[in-house]
Design a protein around this ligand. Sequence first.
Ligand SMILES: [Zn+2]
Length: 442
Amino acid sequence: MPLDEVAASLYAWDLADEGVEHCLDNLEALAGVNSAYLVGMMHKEKRPLHARFYPHNPIRKYYTPEDSRAYWIPKDGAYPGRIKPLTSDREFLAGTDWLDTLTDAARKRGMRTGCEISHTIIDANVARTEYPDILQRDPFGNVVGTFEAIEAQRALPCLNNTDVREYLVNLATDLVTNHDVDFIQSCLVMFGSGYSRNNTVGRSALSVGWTALAATATGGCFCSVCESKARAAGLDWDAILAEARHIAIMITGRDLEEAHEAQLLRESNYSEAEFLLEHEHFASWLLFRRHSIDELFETIGSAIHTARPGVEFRYNTYMAQPELSGLNFKSAFAFVDSVRESDYSDQLGTPEGVAVKRAKLMKARRALGYDKPLIAALGVRPNATPEILRASIKAAVDSGCDGLSLGHYDGATMERLRAVRDGMREWEATEADWQHTPDRES
Ligand SMILES: [Zn+2]
């Protein structure tokens, strides 16, 4: 099957600084992009992410966004619930619907259009002040943040909380109803996976085997909503909490007996299977999280399809080991229309990184089935070389992908963008490559 879609993400400040036509000119001409989406709700993350400075922004050297702001103009009345989206207070961004700005320009070029709701949906400071009751809790009642970045003082909403679910449904419905989009892409951070090192590049040696599973005991969620829901489902919450607390103290080494136990286990041949058999209540909690995520995907997918049939619900993976956040590809992907496998191992600049990408794509392909588009992310940023990017495109072809999705234009160099087109040609990724044409042979 051909790689029909070549998508690219853009941020509101890219459009403000470089101009939408300039961004799309580059993406279309150099990389063959035919699908553009706005990261419509973006978390607090310095841009560009890896490099210190932008390679081609004429206005600023770097940008530090506000937390979890919407870069479209939320429709009046679309958020009757308790939680409402915040928009930017920055003068150069405020008051403009950047999603319309992008989709209007993209449509004129015949491109597909989309909007991503990225990792977080509520400003962490606002959430801690105004909605502390909706936040994920660890087994000791502490607020759970995203990833391992405790210093970022982020706060994750509990995905079982009804106010949070209503807010997510309202976001999706507002976007689909009031904007010209073909897909809503979600990259939502799910249940806190605890303080093992996980990210979108490679697979860390610190987070394999039983230690990665055990680290989820320092994540979420153990809030009162989860407790009620789990008890209603017949789970033994007191036993879950007792096991989770013990595991959390052990894996973090926060007390002497538990630290000693963890040392023994680390020096032993203890396995994931043994860990799960031994901690049956903790294992029941892991399964409870999975069912909660399945249900969440069903809720979001159905909100999108109810608002406008035919709009795609695309899930964008965000972790090397998504299962640690409660996501099981096979069960959750029953409710999505397409998947963007967000691996950026191209950034390692090595053949081993490409092998990691290929493995992740194979896993997603099998879980998604063969009739829904699988889109391979491509890290077009400076650490990836053109040679590695071309090899990544081969990995996408090898694993039966249906498209590519470039991350991210702001940090891309023109040379990397050209490598996308070159790699597509080299690995015969489109139907045009499968047809003899006299011009090409001359
Ligand atoms: Zn919860």
